[in-house]
Design a protein around this ligand. Structure first.
Ligand SMILES: Nc1nc2c(ncn2[C@@H]2O[C@H](COP(=O)(O)OP(=O)(O)OP(=O)(O)O)[C@@H](O)[C@H]2O)c(=O)[nH]1
Ligand SMILES: [Mg+2]
Length: 164
């Protein structure tokens, strides 16, 4: 299974998503810290909301196989810059939560994620679990391992290591 890193503003639904992925009942816990030992690396939303702390997110992301931007479908503004994937040395996906919100604007959030450079976008409702199986399917299977020499060769060719 691929190790998933989650980043996004506070209340985006990151912790709820980890609970659904683990088959637990939803229960509110404010994320206060990050534990990179887990299969789903959860982060406090405040890291994404602060220019200084957001540098820490880049460091945590190196512990994962896949990096996910998590944004609720009803978020009023975007925290993530275009071409953000430039600093992420992993496949980048987008996860849109709260698809059930009456204020959801999914096309807008999709556009933010495409601008950031997400390879794929998943749509989930953490309350009903809708859309979570597609994400689980994507995470199944181990990441392809490669040696440092292979990675350097591909980098010289201008490829991301997961492209070829
Ligand atoms: N309606 C709805 N509510 C959700 C969904 N996902 C999460 N929530 C609710 O949104 C609130 C915040 O969810 P969390 O998972 O704690 O958010 P977080 O991103 O972990 O927030 P921080 O720990 O502060 O970074 C909780 O009350 C959840 O029950 C969803 O898909 N739909
Ligand atoms: Mg949390």
């Amino acid at each position: 299974m691929k190790k998933l890193f989650l980043m996004g503003r506070s209340e985006a639904g990151k912790t709820s998503l980890t609970q659904v992925l683990k088959g637990e009942e939803l229960h509110y816990i404010k994320t206060q810290y990050t534990n990179t030992e887990e299969d789903f690396i959860d982060t406090p939303g405040e890291y994404a909301e602060s220019k200084r702390f957001s540098v820490g997110l880049a460091c945590f992301s190196f512990e994962a196989d896949v990096v996910a931007l998590v944004q609720a479908a009803d978020e009023p503004y975007n925290l993530f810059s275009p071409c953000l994937r430039a600093f992420i040395l992993r496949p980048l996906i987008g996860i849109i939560t709260k698809t059930d919100s009456p204020y959801a604007n999914i096309p807008m959030v999709e556009q933010w994620m495409r601008n950031a450079g997400c390879d794929r976008i998943f749509y989930v409702n953490n309350v009903t679990g809708e859309g979570v199986s597609e994400l689980m399917e994507f995470l199944e299977g181990d990441p392809v391992q490669m040696t440092l020499d292979e990675a350097m060769h591909k980098q010289n060719l201008g490829f991301n290591e997961w492209d070829v």
